[in-house]
Design a protein around this ligand. Structure first.
Ligand code: ARG
Length: 267
């Protein structure tokens, strides 16, 4: 995670960002600290990336790479203003023993790539290039399922889909092309389907450890749906980050194990 000390919305690179709406930087930092404490309270280690001046989106660390085990594919941002984040991530990961591969194609890391423990779901349409799928398969040697995003409000895969464990996902179908909807339905017939209301507060921008699901507190129906399936919803307030089109998951780069175990009773 990276604290939003230089957080701002000064330009607009997604439909959520309106530079005329003021951002409360102190509030953003307080919400970020509460999110960090939430993870730590659940027993997870949080490493902190040093925020860089002039990088107002650096709080969204999910975009910095995809990390699975000892290997990572570094990011290559579409927006020139975010390009400087990529080397900071690469450096941190390399310093921590991760073998980071340089990207050929544009990819915004876990923003568009979701590791399920079995395969990588790879989103494209607004940011990440569809050609990044080939690179993913080369770097990680796992199956890759390409998904096409069609609604600009859901410009990254992690705004429209979350992995709860290695067999369960939750998503908002209308964010995907017809053929991607068919692919998701065939891969995950038991998936939880989110409502438009919950998708529109970026409720799907959630982080699951297989048991607990940390998500935006406004996504109330989604929390109930998740609880019905045996997970523990952990609501948090990330309303300031939403002004930049981000949420819980965007603010979290996961250092995935090479395989994810499914806790008993949740699949
Ligand atoms: N303002 C940032 C951007 O548009 C938000 C990034 C959100 N990150 C994410 N993983 N969805 O690039």
């Amino acid at each position: 995670m990276c604290p939003p000390v230089h957080f701002a919305v000064e330009h607009s690179i997604n439909p959520w960002m309106d530079p005329s709406v003021p951002v409360d930087a102190d509030r953003a930092l307080a919400q970020w600290r509460a999110l960090r404490r939430t993870y730590e309270g659940l027993g997870h280690r949080v490493d902190v990336l040093e925020p860089l001046l002039g990088m107002p989106d650096m709080v969204f660390t999910a975009n910095g790479a995809l990390v699975i085990g000892e290997r990572a594919l570094g990011a290559r941002f579409r927006a020139p203003g975010r390009a400087g984040e990529a080397p900071a991530h690469r450096r941190w990961l390399t310093d921590h023993g991760v073998d980071v591969r340089m990207p050929r194609e544009i990819n915004e890391g876990e923003g568009d790539f979701a590791w399920t423990g079995r395969r990588i779901l790879a989103g494209s349409g607004f940011r990440t290039s569809p050609a990044a799928c080939t690179e993913l398969a080369e770097v990680f040697d796992v199956p890759v399922a390409p998904l096409h995003l069609v609604d600009p409000r859901f410009y990254h895969l992690d705004t429209a889909l979350a992995v709860l464990d290695d067999r369960t996902i939750v998503y908002y179908p209308a964010a995907f092309s017809d053929s991607s909807q068919r692919l998701l339905a065939s891969l995950y017939p038991e998936a939880i389907i989110a409502t438009a209301d919950d998708a529109l507060v970026l409720g799907l921008n959630a982080v699951s450890d297989g048991t607990h699901v940390v998500l935006a507190r406004q996504a109330e129906k989604l929390a109930a749906q998740i609880a019905e399936r045996g997970y523990v919803p952990v609501p948090v307030d990330v309303s300031e980050l939403l002004k930049s089109g981000g949420g819980v998951k965007c603010a979290t780069l996961e250092l995935h194990r090479a395989t994810t175990a499914t806790p008993a009773g949740t699949a």
